[in-house]
Design a protein. Structure first.
Length: 79
């Protein structure tokens, strides 16, 4: 399943920094818009502190519930 997002702006006053901020905000919301099962099958989580892929179900659940930024993890889409 591939996901695409089109961001439309109402005014031409948007510059690249405003659009990039909006994209980063939307990226932070994506994990919360899908179920945990979909999250597990469509993403891979890399722990930035331990330098390895997270495979433990309880740790993945914790990252899913708390968010990647709070857990110092990086979510990679497998699509």
């Amino acid at each position: 399943m591939e996901r695409e997002l089109i961001i439309t702006v109402k005014k031409s006053s948007y510059d690249d920094s405003k659009i990039n901020r909006e994209i980063e905000c939307l990226k932070g919301m994506f994990p919360y818009l899908e179920s945990f099962e979909t999250f597990m099958s469509c993403n891979q989580v890399f722990d930035l502190e331990k330098h390895r892929i997270v495979i433990a179900g309880t740790r993945l659940r914790h990252i899913f519930n708390e968010g990647a930024q709070k857990n110092n993890s990086f979510i990679v889409s497998l699509n």
